[in-house]
Design a protein around this ligand. Structure first.
Ligand code: ATP
Length: 234
């Protein structure tokens, strides 16, 4: 179980995330929806200790992770796929995937490169290409593959469909759902694409101006049509 909060996150004097509490059970899929600037990236950076000043509890699988640097959080099984993807432009796809090795948990083996290519067959044909030769969508799939390489038990995906072509969005949704089903991987993702978020998660939080304004099942979300118009740009 990933348990966060009540968490407050600050950039200097700006109080970005305010009393946010989130929990994700092992194997569960949870989406955080919110429009641009709602605080989604800041929240993930706070969970991973990647920038903002944090005040409040965060634990993963019963271990208090407050005070741990980002790499140590990764080695406890939290695998972040950042919004900006951070692909190594002059490394090949295969080399990029294997850069995920730094996050392997002690006593765990990373996946074999072949196994990762089986999760994302699209990357097989691209494996000798360099990062800069990929489309935005291909880079997104590569960023996910690189994080998965270290076998995280909880994947955090920050707006994985942003700027990605619909056909690749469907592919990512299918692979993440399979990963949950076959490997029991826990999924926490931020999104603006409601279709995608719904297709690979069980329930949803809505984040607006750094606060949680709704938490519930997808059925409960659908039952309140005003939520989309009030809190999402759709
Ligand atoms: P988007 O979908 O556009 O990425 P988001 O929901 O991820 O948006 P954040 O990037 O977390 O939102 O931004 C939340 C707020 O924090 C915004 O008002 C933004 O201007 C501010 N912010 C983000 N990064 C910093 C920073 N490094 N320093 C100061 N303020 C920041």
């Amino acid at each position: 179980m990933l348990e966060v909060g009540p968490l407050n996150l600050f950039y200097g004097d700006s109080h970005i995330i305010q009393d946010v509490s989130i929990s994700v059970a092992d194997g569960e899929g949870v989406a955080i929806l919110g429009r641009n600037g709602a605080g989604k990236t800041t929240l993930f950076k706070g969970i991973m200790n990647g920038g903002p000043l944090a005040r409040g509890p965060i634990s993963h699988r019963g271990s208090d992770i407050v005070g741990l640097p980002a790499f140590a959080r990764a080695r406890l099984g939290l695998g972040l796929v950042p919004e900006d993807r951070r692909i190594y432009r002059h490394l090949t796809v295969s080399e990029n995937i294997q850069m995920g090795r730094h996050a392997v948990r002690p006593g765990t083996q990373p996946y074999a490169l072949e196994e990762v290519l089986e999760f994302f067959p699209m990357l097989r044909d691209l494996k000798d290409r360099q990062g800069f030769e990929l489309s935005g969508g291909q880079q997104q799939v590569l960023a996910i593959a690189r994080t998965i390489f270290s076998r995280p038990d909880c994947l955090l995906l920050d707006e994985p469909t942003e700027g990605v072509a619909p056909v690749i969005v469907q592919d990512i949704a299918r692979q993440l759902s399979l990963m949950r089903k076959n490997n029991g991987t826990t999924l926490l993702l931020t999104e603006q694409n409601v279709w995608f978020a719904r297709s690979c998660t069980d329930r949803v939080y809505l984040l607006d101006s750094g606060r949680i304004v709704f938490s519930g099942s997808w059925d409960e979300f659908d039952a309140d049509a005003g939520l989309k118009t009030r809190y999402l740009a759709v």
